[in-house]
Design a protein around this ligand. Structure first.
Ligand code: HEC
Length: 119
């Protein structure tokens, strides 16, 4: 059994190996300077198909996520806080799937930064 510290470096090494082998950065991708700009990409990939597509026939209509933090409450009636929104994204809600396994902390941070700006 490995101690936590060597295990951390092992995982780090594996990840670095994967990055060098496969290439983690797309050399043709434009550089996104701000968290919100990166978060917009996360949003468009993962959230937009449900939350912004009026043609989609879902049992529960996904709420519009513009100006989400301008009101005190979220559509469900829960407090409109970063913690609550992060929890919804990570754990899902009703028919909304959980994204906890799909988005790492950076992606989640960027996504929440974008949701703060989204009109
Ligand atoms: C499969 C479609 C689907 C996808 C994909 C999806 N959502 Fe949702 N989302 C919903 C539905 C439906 C609801 C309403 C849930 C309910 O109240 O039962 C919802 C609700 C929400 C809410 C409001 C929660 C509340 O308390 O009112 C937030 C915030 C949210 N989604 C964010 C996101 C984000 C961010 C993503 C992308 C990571 C995302 N959703 C992806 C369908 C989806």
């Amino acid at each position: 059994m490995l101690n936590p510290l060597p295990r951390f470096f092992l995982v780090l090494g594996l990840l670095a190996g994967v990055c060098i082998g496969v290439g983690c950065e797309d050399p043709y991708a434009p550089p996104f300077q701000s968290a919100a700009a990166r978060g917009q990409v996360v949003y468009e990939t993962n959230c937009k198909p449900c939350h912004d597509d009026p043609k989609l026939e879902l049992r529960t209509k996904p709420p519009n996520l513009g100006s989400l933090f301008d009101r005190k409450l979220l559509p469900s009636g829960a407090l409109a806080t970063d913690e609550q929104v992060r929890k919804t994204i990570q754990e899902g809600k009703g028919i909304m799937p959980p994204f906890g396994q799909m988005l790492d902390k950076e992606n989640l941070d960027d996504l929440v930064a974008y949701l703060h700006k989204k009109k």
